[in-house]
Design a protein around this ligand. Structure first.
Ligand code: ZN
Length: 619
């Protein structure tokens, strides 16, 4: 038997089973959750208080359950939570419950005995001051400098550090919440949100669409709101809200472009909160309320592809969700592909090709670093026993997007777009495994066409390491012009005479990448004199320049380097800069000196990564 046929047949069988069981229970064992399919949480009602003095959230989580008739226990994920009391409803009785041994990354399993009558359980609890999902900022760490700030980051498996729940992407629940905080602060969540402060510091929230736990999100601070479109707006600290609203002014146009491609936006409103600088990611696609880093505020709307990315997650990720973190490329590869299509719809093909070209360069660098046969260069990767957050590289994003572009180019855009749209429609509000997607693709796009199957090379792309031979050709005319200028400078034309008028962030990034590998300090100085890179307010350009400055020993940029590393905590920028410093003994010394100062201001997602890079001794 043709092995491909056998896997195809198995996948079909899997799909049938999956569609039969989808509405009932989890159908895939998630190695990062203690939850089991016989007792599943379908709704969460949170009633919590945020204590800025103690750095603790405390209250109750009422979890509505769907129990199989034979279920006798419910299994929840917790990590660093203090469990005070558990009550069964409607019995109002106290069940037997146990907290298991601590497991690395996963925390402790909370097992609660239930009866056939049980419909929900109430867990009274409080968080630890060091809860990994929570970042408590002192007033001085905010833009306004007067009031504290709290934000959460639940992805990948950190929701369990602030809410007892079934913390795997294969379980979906609706939620409601009542949050009490200081009356001088505003609270917002990944749900229906207030637009102004309440007088008593109490806010209520509702999320009617079922979501996985990693999309639970809360932010509390001196936050104001500005509308930017009929169903979109921007939240930020008072000091940043007008700047943010201007920078994100194209949001409504993006939603319309995305809807034209992939069908209706199903989450009612789309708002964005611009967080204080220690937010570890560029953005987090919390439904209805994207969390974003202030490092996208470049002053010229040149970094808003990040919003296109987070918005695209409203389809890929939030609507059709990776079943386990090993299927993460389904979330991120699709989203990176959609992001590029939205950018093309708004700003044209030449602009989008610059983004695609930079993404391909990043991917090629990652593949070079990991090596061509490294298992993590596959789209579907095995994360059993690993922290899913550490298994993440741009393979999921950029190789994933490249595969989908390859599909588009192989079958033609019209046919491909129709397929993607119907994929979202038919799997909305469910989770998807890699095998499930591949089966769907074969079922509805390939449909037995052997020639098409041969050209798509699905298995090589999804399950094979590195890149297959036939990768899409990405041709950026804009970058060809940039390369010409870089070559001119290399051949001796002074930097001030280069034609750089109208260059965007992406032109500059490409220019910096196309310079010779080694540059003298004098040559660095000449570039800096002409283009003021060290003083750049654009975080992407600044990072590329600072990385090069470290590599070339251009000490004039070190002041800016320290300022940048202590002023924001976005992991994407921290990682290459600290890594570059580890390459020499002097650099390492500088890295450790700066890190000692900066680390208290970083989120755990960031300092866990940098601790590793610097082999930091955590006392
Ligand atoms: Zn993403």
């Amino acid at each position: 038997m043709d092995p491909r046929m056998s896997s195809f047949a198995l996948s079909c069988l899997f799909l049938v089973i999956a569609s039969m069981t989808q509405a009932r229970s989890q159908h895939v064992r998630d190695p990062h959750s203690f939850a089991r399919p016989e007792a599943v949480v379908t709704h969460l009602a949170l009633d919590i208080e945020v204590d800025f003095d103690k750095h603790v959230i405390s209250g109750a989580a009422t979890l509505t359950l769907r129990l199989d008739p034979k279920a006798t226990e419910v299994h929840l994920d917790t990590r660093d939570l203090n469990i005070h009391k558990v009550t069964l409803l409607p019995e109002k009785s106290a069940p037997k419950w146990t907290l298991g041994e601590e497991v690395k990354f996963l925390g402790r399993e909370l097992t609660i005995a239930v009866t056939p009558k049980t419909t929900s359980i109430v867990v009274e609890y409080s968080t630890s001051p060091s809860a990994a999902a929570l970042q408590w900022l002192e007033p001085l760490q905010t833009a306004g400098k007067k009031k504290p700030f709290l934000f959460t980051q639940s992805q990948a498996i950190l929701a369990r550090t602030w809410v007892p729940c079934q913390d795997g992407p294969g379980v979906r629940m609706t939620y409601s919440a009542r949050v009490k905080t200081r009356p001088d602060l505003l609270a917002v969540m990944s749900a229906s949100n207030p637009v102004s402060r309440s007088s008593d510091g109490v806010y209520t929230f509702d999320m009617k669409q079922p979501i996985p736990s990693y999309l639970l999100a809360l932010a509390v601070g001196d936050i104001a709101f500005r509308p930017v479109g009929k169903r979109s707006g921007v939240y930020a600290e008072h000091a940043l809200v007008d700047t943010s609203a201007w920078e994100l002014g194209d949001t409504e146009k993006m939603i319309e472009a995305a809807e034209a491609l992939y069908g209706p936006y199903r989450w009612d409103r789309y708002d964005i909160i611009v967080l204080p600088p220690s937010f570890p990611f560029g953005g987090m696609e919390n439904p209805r309320l994207t969390f974003a880093t202030p490092t996208i505020l470049a002053g010229d709307r040149s970094l808003v592809s990040l919003v296109a990315h987070e918005l695209a997650h409203s389809w890929s990720g939030n609507l059709v969700t990776n079943a386990t973190w090993s299927d993460f490329w389904l979330n991120e590869g699709f989203t990176s592909y959609l992001e590029n299509r939205i950018m093309e719809a708004l700003y044209g093909r030449p602009y989008a090709e610059m983004l695609a070209s930079l993404a391909l360069q990043d991917l090629q660098n990652t593949l070079k670093d990991l090596g061509p046969t490294h298992p993590d260069t596959r789209l579907k990767i095995d994360l059993t026993g690993r922290d899913p957050d550490e298994g993440v590289s741009d393979v999921a994003y950029n190789k994933g997007a490249l595969f989908l572009r390859h599909c588009e180019e192989t079958v033609g855009r019209a046919r491909w777009d129709a397929y993607v749209r119907s994929y979202f429609d038919s799997h909305a509000f469910t989770s998807m495994t890699t095998e499930g997607f591949v089966a769907d693709l074969r079922n509805r796009l390939v449909a037995g066409n052997a020639d098409l199957e041969g050209r798509l090379q699905i298995d090589a792309w999804v399950y094979g390491p590195g890149l297959p031979e036939s990768i899409p050709a990405i041709a950026s005319s804009e970058f060809a012009a940039v390369e010409k200028e870089a070559a001119q400078w290399t051949s001796g034309i002074p930097a001030v005479q280069l034609s750089t008028k109208g260059w965007t962030t992406h032109h500059w990034l490409h220019f910096l990448r196309k310079l010779p590998a080694t540059l003298s300090v004098d040559r660095m100085k000449e570039l800096d004199g002409a283009f003021a890179f060290t003083r750049s307010g654009n975080s992407e350009i600044l990072t590329a320049w600072l990385q090069r400055s470290i590599e070339m020993g251009y000490a004039q940029a070190y002041g800016a380097l320290e300022h940048f590393l202590t002023g924001q905590g976005r992991r994407k920028f921290l990682k290459p800069l600290y890594t570059a410093m580890t390459k020499s003994p002097d650099g390492m010394q500088m890295a450790k000196r700066i890190y000692a100062k900066a680390r208290p201001g970083y989120h755990s997602v960031s300092y866990n990564t940098i601790d590793d890079i610097l082999k930091w001794d955590v006392k």
